[in-house]
Design a protein around this ligand. Structure first.
Ligand SMILES: [Zn+2]
Ligand SMILES: [Zn+2]
Length: 427
């Protein structure tokens, strides 16, 4: 593609004025959502606020209850043009808030059979508020908008409760990307890892795939003083844990992409002098390449089963694939980079390293080309690497950062709609 940057959208100055006018509303929405967080597939209040807002803006269509609590709104511009989608996730996390703000969450709810505190510890409250802001800014310019913008408010990004479907995958299954199908989709995430005013981006694989690993090592119970009378699953499990660590360090090509195999839970036995029947382990696998991901899965199974076998123990390995690799389309990223630079200021847009967290935005990118970027929320003067990260009970959002998210998203939307068809087609 040509390296010639897109000219500023003819709507650019109107967008900037609209964002400035709406900033305080976005902050108020975010505070309200923050004080009333809802867990995945339970975003009833949040979805109600979103749907009412889109209807009040006289959207052309507002679908609700998509993937249980999702909302999909359609804003048709007054000028013919392509269709794009913008996405925000809506769910909170089972975290007890420890941030000292007047609108801190005191909400408690049930999560997988346990009572938990609920907090917007990943910043999805800010995502919803910012996308509501984008909706209002673009709705105010709809007569001049050259195309259609689909607004996707998605539930359960942090995984639905156990035993339930949900999130991006279910929204796609229920037609969120059809009628009309967008040419491209854009999403953002706020992050403690960047300061306020900074946008982080990366072309290609940007966030990891995420898979859940469950291993049962099956021995035969015996007296702790007579291990030879049974099969000890604890020592076999210990060998399996160490063996699994050699997959990333010794077997895969780390010059191609990094990967992680973590065992995060290990459970077996009830007292010191009984060798138990079995040990259960749980872990997570991260990768940045789908072929490497499948290869690692096979190696995890082979390693665990064969190491256990050497001790005469049985071994069951179950890997559930959660989220694919989040891959930013290279042409689309190149096309939109000048827009991000214009929204934030060129020196405020940073190429960031890969993120080993995962995102179900990746499912949307499997259907249409997508770009997912990051907006910093750590106050100026604080060290982004030292402050409490996303998911921490002390995760703090500098609200002065939100206007940039609104501006970036609104400009991205308009610039893509205004881009010549031949340049969009490359994406
Ligand atoms: Zn999160
Ligand atoms: Zn998140």
């Amino acid at each position: 593609m040509s390296s010639q940057p897109l000219l500023a959208s003819s709507l650019a100055s109107a967008i900037d004025a609209g964002v400035a006018a709406i900033e305080s509303k976005v902050i108020a929405w975010r505070r309200d959502l923050h004080q009333h967080p809802e867990l995945g597939n339970r975003e009833f209040r949040t979805a109600g606020i979103v749907a009412a807002h889109l209807k009040a803006l006289r959207f052309d269509d507002v679908r609700t209850e998509v993937a249980y609590t999702g909302a999909v709104g359609l804003l048709k511009g007054g000028v013919p043009g392509p269709v794009i989608a913008l996405r925000a996730d809506m769910d909170a996390l089972p975290v007890d808030e420890q941030v000292d703000v007047p609108f801190a969450s005191k909400v408690r709810a049930q999560w997988n059979g346990e009572e938990v505190g609920v907090m917007h510890a990943c910043g999805h409250d800010a995502h919803v508020a910012m996308l509501m802001g984008v909706a209002e800014v673009l709705a105010g310019l709809r007569e001049r908008l050259p195309g259609t913008v689909k607004f996707i408010f998605q539930p359960a990004e942090e995984m639905p409760p156990e035993g339930e479907e949900g999130g991006a995958q279910l929204m796609i299954k229920q037609g969120a990307l059809e009628n009309p199908r967008p040419e491209a989709i854009f999403g953002l995430h706020i992050t403690s890892r960047l300061p306020t005013g900074v946008i982080g981006y990366r072309s290609g694989p940007v966030m990891a795939s995420s898979d859940t690993l469950r291993i049962s090592v099956l021995g035969r119970q015996t007296h702790g003083a007579m291990p030879w009378a049974g099969v000890d699953p604890i020592v076999a499990a210990a060998q399996v844990v160490l063996g699994l660590q050699t997959i990333v360090s010794r077997q895969i090509d780390l010059t191609r992409e990094p990967a992680v195999v973590t065992i995060g839970a290990i459970k077996g036995g009830v007292r010191e002098n009984i060798i138990p029947d079995s040990v259960e382990m749980r872990g997570t696998i991260r990768s940045f390449d789908e072929a490497m991901r499948d290869d690692i899965h096979q190696r995890v199974k082979d390693t665990a089963v064969n190491i256990a076998k050497a001790s005469r123990a049985g071994c069951e390995v179950c890997i559930s694939k959660n989220y694919p690799v989040t891959v930013n389309d290279a042409e689309l990223t190149a096309l939109m980079l000048p827009t991000l630079q214009r929204a934030a200021g060129a020196e405020q847009v940073m190429l960031i390293p890969k993120v080993s967290g995962s995102e179900d935005f990746s499912f949307f990118q499997h259907v249409v080309p997508g770009l997912f970027f990051f907006v910093g929320v750590t106050p100026q003067g604080q060290d982004p690497l030292a402050v409490a990260p996303n998911h921490s009970p002390r995760f703090f959002v500098d609200e002065t950062a939100l206007a940039l998210g609104v501006r970036a998203m609104a400009h991205v939307a308009c610039d893509f709609l205004e881009a010549p068809a031949e340049r969009r087609a490359l994406a």
